[in-house]
Design a protein around this ligand. Structure first.
Ligand SMILES: [Zn+2]
Length: 67
C-alpha cells in the first residue's frame, strides 16, 4: 500500500476507508492529515461512490487497513 501520495500534502501514509455495502475493500484513501483522496480513476463507479460517501461519514463507514 502507500502507492499514491496525497495530492494535498504529498504524504504517502494513508488509510483505506471501506464503506460497507458499497465495495468490499478500501473505497478511497485518507492520509495521515485527514485529507481524503481518490483511489480509483475517472469514470470508475467506485470513484463516484467515494464522492457520494466521503462527505457524509456515518456508521456504515469504517476505517480499514485493507489495500
Ligand atoms: Zn494529505
Amino acid at each position: 500500500m502507500a502507492s499514491r501520495a496525497c495530492p494535498s500534502c504529498g504524504s504517502t501514509v494513508h488509510t483505506g476507508v471501506e464503506v460497507q455495502g458499497v465495495y468490499d475493500g478500501a473505497l478511497y484513501w485518507v492520509c495521515g492529515f485527514g485529507h481524503r483522496y481518490h483511489r480509483w480513476p475517472d469514470g470508475d463507479w467506485r470513484r463516484e461512490k467515494a464522492e457520494e460517501h466521503w462527505m457524509r461519514v456515518d456508521e456504515n463507514t469504517r476505517v480499514t487497513s485493507n489495500d
